[in-house]
Design a binder for this molecule. Sequence first.
Ligand SMILES: *Cc1c(COP(=O)(O)O)cnc(C)c1O
Length: 380
Amino acid sequence: MTSHLMPTYATASATFVRGRGTILWDTEGKRYLDFLGGMAVVCLGHAHPAVAAAVAEQARTLVHVSNFYGSLPGERLAAELDTLLGGDGLVFFANSGAEANECAIKLARKRGGSGKHVVISALGSNHGRTLATLHASGEPAKHRTYQPLPEGFRHVPWHDLDALATAFDPTVGAVLLEPVQGAAGVRPATAEYLHGVRRLCDEYSALLIMDEVQTGLGRTGRWFGHQHFGVRPDVVTVAKALGNGVPIGACWARREVANSFTTGDHATTFGGQPLASSAGLAVLSELRRIDAPASARRAGERLARGLRGLAGVREVRGLGLLVAAELADGHDADEVSDRALAAGLVVNAVTDTALRFAPPLTVTDDEIDEALAILGGVLA
Ligand SMILES: *Cc1c(COP(=O)(O)O)cnc(C)c1O
């Protein structure tokens, strides 16, 4: 059958129809180990029973109400996210990572006002694909097609404090950064850098927004990636893992910053609805039960150690269970990921020369060892 989907994605090399934990099955019944996890989305593994039960129960109870009215699951989820982020903040719910960042950018503009609207972000970053978040993303090649883009974005080299200081002026309302640059090939920040960023933000009364869409909720071995570096952001965005696959995003801000918004300043139809919020509540409860940060640290160490031991791997980077393997000369990451897929392992060629791994935080030692064996065979 010919596809009726717009040609925005490469032709699918596999079509998955069922999953359980770290395992996926395709239309032919072939089994795969999923070490991509839907791109750091499926933090608890596929078809997680507690999330499935919560979604089914909420679907039978109340799926959606307008944001003109209250939502108990949404209120509860906001409170739980706030607790994880240290308290005294407020949450806006969206439906994706880009929308969570869009909220953060609008909040920065509302707070800064006209003339203090510029957002600085880093080259190599990915903050989403809406027009504003596309411009915030430090990927100039992707900007060209869509000119003119919304104004007020400035890019600096990643992890270069001098460049950031030079780019700063009183028109800057916010700095938007990932604690670990994911799409750039899994490149963690350092405490020195982020503390320097915080100082510059304070000096110019600009917000520090941490994009934790990929790194949030235990993935890096802490509840949030920025917590590795002891830096206090003003705004934090999350999405990917929050619903374990059910679409949901959230923008958290310190109360004083969040209160820059007043009624009517921002809105979305689906954001914070009971169905997605119930998924989020089940996910957070389960992540706490398994001590997600500790699970990510343990599994991440085993995976990184194994990768370092493979011939054909030159360098291993990452934090917790967000890991990249830089391949030795002569290996093409796309080709390696295609061969791994054929051999039953789902991984992502994050750059031409590196593979990215973001398996469920519930991945077992045996599954890690099996994935390493498959990859070792492919690289040999
Ligand atoms: C995936 C991602 C986004 C965009 O999220 P969408 O849900 O695809 O809109 C934004 N920021 C980071 C760091 C991401 O990894």
